[in-house]
Design a protein around this ligand. Structure first.
Ligand code: SF4
Length: 190
């Protein structure tokens, strides 16, 4: 799945306020037919209408994120049909979006995948984020946060040893450190 480091204001967990701006909400002055957002696969007229409305919608990104995060696979969401969205739903757990990792480290309460959670722990470890702060960020106990840091340290140490073995005797190349870790260090590259 595509990753991004663009500055994005991600939707907070449980936030539904974006719906107030949804173009698809029918009002007295905006008589939208909700049925066009649930077209059959061959109903090109309804799909075109729904997509045109989504294209004008100021909260399309939040709408798509909410659909993915809640597993809402029905209807047009964020300008994508059910069929177009299906791969995104299927591969959501593979997402490794560094803008989300940064947002969590900054204290935002947003949806993250398992891969993003691991990246938060790794970044927290590398940046000396206190155990208590990591616990707060991930909504876990300090004991759990400490365990995650210990596991991270073990992974880094394992890589150091593996790197040393690979270099087999080249003592002057022994420069592996936590600073050399990259996005796939936990096998989570998207
Ligand atoms: S993106 Fe489309 S489906 Fe989502 S809130 Fe906006 S108009 Fe409605």
């Amino acid at each position: 799945m595509t990753t991004t480091t663009r500055p994005v204001r991600h939707r907070a967990l449980g936030d539904q306020t974006w719906q107030d701006q949804a173009v698809c909400t029918p009002t007295e002055y905006n008589p939208v037919d909700p049925e066009v957002f649930f077209p059959g696969p061959e109903d090109s007229a309804a799909i075109t209408t729904a997509k045109a409305l989504c294209a004008q919608c100021p909260v399309a990104r939040a709408c798509l994120d909410a659909a993915l995060e809640t597993g809402d696979t029905h209807g047009v969401r964020g300008g994508l049909t059910e069929e177009e969205r299906e791969p995104l739903h299927t591969r959501l757990n593979e997402r490794l979006d560094y803008s989300r990792v940064k947002a969590v480290l900054a204290g935002r309460d947003i949806h993250i995948t398992r891969a993003e959670r691991r990246a938060v722990v790794l970044a927290g470890y590398r940046q000396d984020v206190p155990v208590e702060r990591l616990a707060w960020l991930l909504k876990i106990s300090p004991e759990h946060a400490l365990k995650l840091y210990r596991e991270t340290r073990r992974v880094i140490r394992h890589r150091q040893i593996a790197g040393q073995a690979t270099r087999a005797g080249s003592a002057d190349h022994d420069t592996t450190s936590a600073e050399e870790l990259h996005r796939d260090d936990f096998g989570t590259a998207a």
